[in-house]
Design a protein around this ligand. Structure first.
Ligand code: NAP
Length: 274
């Protein structure tokens, strides 16, 4: 029987290419996102789509019920929807901070809560949370994005133990920077939050560093297909690991942040400023 996978944030980046790979491998793929126009295009690829803001919890429930009605099960949930509310803590409004946590953390938890009863009933299931290396190592002006991804790490680790005895596996994929819309949205947010503040010129420097890489690729920021292939592989593998770091220097970033003095790692991270 074909496996049913639900991917949040399917309209672009990692989620879209992972969905394409899974379709080619005979998975029944459902995807949600907000951008209706893009979803119409994606439908033509054989991906079943729903327009959904993941923070609309009533609508999210309806989507899950509809998939269950059609397929009778959801084998895999890929929690991928997210964005980067970069900016200094002093300048990011609490409303924007709450929205960041709502999309990246609470909506993720809500999707998990919605699929778990069906996975438990089937005595099997796989939950793949797209975290970030920014959930392991904090970054300069990473602010609420860092906080949200650290929370995703904790959510993933504690959930894995909750559901182990019900045959449900839980993992986190932790990408470094890859060339998707994420970098453009995140650097625009950083420019917006620092504008007119004491952080403005540093904000522009860091945003430009991101933007240059995210527009052109560079030594650090690469083609996102690598992450999409990994997501698809983690869907297909018989046995999975608790977490997957992916991307240039991600392993060294985590390793050195553990062994070097904090003052030194802060200096390295802040060298994105010109
Ligand atoms: N690219 C990187 O460098 C990088 C590195 C580490 C981790 N990540 C993480 O990877 C995940 C995917 O990002 P990406 O790089 O592929 O960026 P992306 O191209 O911007 O994709 C983000 C996806 O999330 C969806 N989304 C955002 N807010 C949503 C909401 N409220 N409800 C439903 N869908 C929503 C977007 O669709 P709509 O706008 O149509 O809703 C889009 O499909 C994110 O969780 C991100 O934090 C990215």
């Amino acid at each position: 029987m074909n496996k049913v996978v639900l991917i949040t944030g399917v309209s672009s980046g990692f989620g879209l290419d992972a969905a394409k790979i899974l379709i080619k491998n005979n998975y029944i793929v459902y995807g949600v996102a907000r951008n209706e126009k893009k979803l119409e295009e994606i439908k033509k690829l054989g991906i079943n789509t729903y327009k959904l803001d993941v923070t609309d919890y009533n609508e999210a429930k309806n989507v899950i019920l509809d998939i269950i009605k059609k397929e009778g099960k959801i084998d895999i949930l890929v929690n991928n929807a997210g964005y980067g509310e970069l900016g200094p803590i002093e300048e990011v409004s609490i409303d924007n901070a709450k929205r960041q946590m709502e999309v990246n953390v609470f909506a993720m938890a809500n999707m998990i809560k919605l699929v778990l009863p069906y996975m438990r009933e089937n005595k099997s299931g796989r939950i793949i949370n797209i975290s970030s290396v920014a959930g392991r190592v904090s970054t300069y002006f990473g602010g609420w994005y860092n906080i949200s991804k650290y929370a995703v790490e904790a959510l993933t680790d504690t959930l894995r133990m909750d559901v182990k005895k019900y045959g449900i596996e839980v993992t986190a994929i932790e990408p470094g920077p890859f060339k998707t819309n994420w970098g453009i949205i995140a650097s625009d947010n950083l420019i917006k939050t620092t504008k007119g503040s004491v952080y403005e010129s540093d904000g522009i420097d860091v945003a430009n560093f991101y933007k240059e890489g995210y527009l052109k690729e560079n030594f650090l920021i690469k083609d996102p297909i690598k992450v999409s292939k990994l997501i698809a592989k983690v869907c297909m593998k018989k046995h999975i690991k608790a977490r997957y770091l992916v991307g240039r220097f991600t392993r060294s970033m985590v390793f050195f942040s553990k062994i070097l003095p904090v003052r030194m790692t802060d200096k390295i991270k802040m060298s994105t400023k010109k």
